[in-house]
Design a protein around this ligand. Structure first.
Ligand SMILES: [Zn+2]
Length: 268
C-alpha cells in the first residue's frame, strides 16, 4: 500500500533543463547519483534537513514532508539536476514552512510519555526492579530495567506486539481466500504501511500497532488481498470488501493520522 502515510505535496513536470541550454554552455549540470542528505537554510524556517533521492522511475520532481526525518524529501527523476531539484524549496517555501510547523511534537519512548497502543493512549512507566520485561496493562506500558534502556525496550515491545497482532490476522484472511503466505516481516517504512510481493511475502510497518485495531486489521486485509490481485483494480477492492467489509473510514484515518505515527520513538 503506497502513499498512504503522506499525500505527495507537489508534483511538477520534469523541467527540460538540458534542451534549453545554449550549445556554448560548458559547465556540466550536477546530476544526482546517490541519495544525499543535507541541510538548507530557508527564510521562514531556518536550517531544514533535506533528503534528495534520485529515482529512475519518477517522472516528476516530488516534494514531501518526511515526519520521521523532521524535514523534507525531494524525489529527483533522472535528468534533473541537483540545483533544479533544490529550487523547488524556494518555490514552495511557504508550503514547506506551514507543514513543518504543523508536525506533531516528537514523542520519545521515555518514562512519563504518552503513546497510542492499538489506538488507546498509554502512559509509559518505569518499574526498574520488576523483572517482567515490558507489558501493557490498564492504559500503562510498564517497563522493567534501567530507565536509559526504556526507549529500546518499548520499541522492541511494540515490534513484537505488532507481529502478534498482524500474523494471525494475515493467516486467517489468507485461509479465507485459499492463499499461502510465504513470510511476514515487520519494517519501519516511511511511505508504505504494508506491501505484498509476487512470491507471497508480506511486509508491514510495525507502527501499525500504534493505530486503532480496525485500521491495523484493514491494512492486513489489504495486503492479503494482494496475494490474489497484485494491483488496485476493482477486482482487488472486491476481495478487500469480502475480507474486511467497508474500509473507507480506515483509509481516511491513515490519510489523516498516519504521518503522526512516525513521530513516536527515537526516529529511524
Ligand atoms: Zn495495495
Amino acid at each position: 500500500m503506497r502513499g498512504k502515510t503522506q499525500d505527495w505535496a507537489w508534483c511538477q513536470k520534469g523541467a527540460k533543463t538540458r534542451k534549453i541550454l545554449p550549445r556554448f554552455w560548458k559547465k556540466p549540470l550536477r546530476m544526482l547519483k546517490n541519495t544525499e542528505e543535507t541541510e538548507i537554510d530557508l527564510p521562514k524556517i531556518g536550517p531544514l534537513p533535506v533528503r534528495l533521492r534520485p529515482s529512475a522511475r519518477a517522472s516528476r520532481l516530488k516534494l514531501r514532508i518526511d515526519p520521521a526525518f523532521d524535514g523534507v524529501e525531494i524525489v529527483v527523476p533522472t535528468g534533473i539536476s541537483r540545483k533544479v531539484a533544490l529550487s523547488m524549496l524556494d518555490q514552495h517555501s511557504d508550503w514547506v514552512a506551514a507543514h513543518i510547523q504543523r508536525l506533531p511534537d516528537r514523542v520519545q519512548f521515555v518514562p512519563g510519555a504518552w503513546i497510542p497502543f492499538l489506538g488507546e493512549d498509554h502512559a509509559i512507566r518505569a518499574v526498574p526492579d520488576a523483572k517482567r520485561g515490558v507489558w501493557a496493562e490498564a492504559g500503562v506500558i510498564w517497563v522493567s530495567g534501567l530507565p536509559e534502556h526504556t526507549n529500546r525496550r518499548v520499541t522492541d515491545f511494540l515490534k513484537k506486539q505488532a507481529k502478534l497482532e498482524i500474523a494471525p490476522r494475515a493467516q486467517e484472511y489468507a485461509d479465507q481466500i485459499g492463499k499461502k503466505i510465504n513470510r511476514i516481516s515487520l519494517k519501519d517504512t516511511r511511505t508504505r504501511w504494508g506491501s505484498c510481493s509476487s512470491n507471497g511475502n508480506l511486509a508491514f510497518s510495525w507502527r501499525l500497532v500504534l493505530a486503532p485495531e480496525d485500521v491495523l486489521d484493514y491494512v492486513v486485509a489489504h495486503e492479503v488481498a494482494h496475494l490474489q490481485e497484485l494491483n488496485h483494480s476493482a477486482r482487488f477492492w472486491a476481495v478487500v470488501d469480502d475480507l474486511y467489509g467497508p474500509s473507507k473510514k480506515q483509509q481516511h484515518w491513515l490519510k489523516r493520522n498516519g504521518s503522526a505515527l512516525h513521530r513516536y520513538g527515537a526516529g529511524s
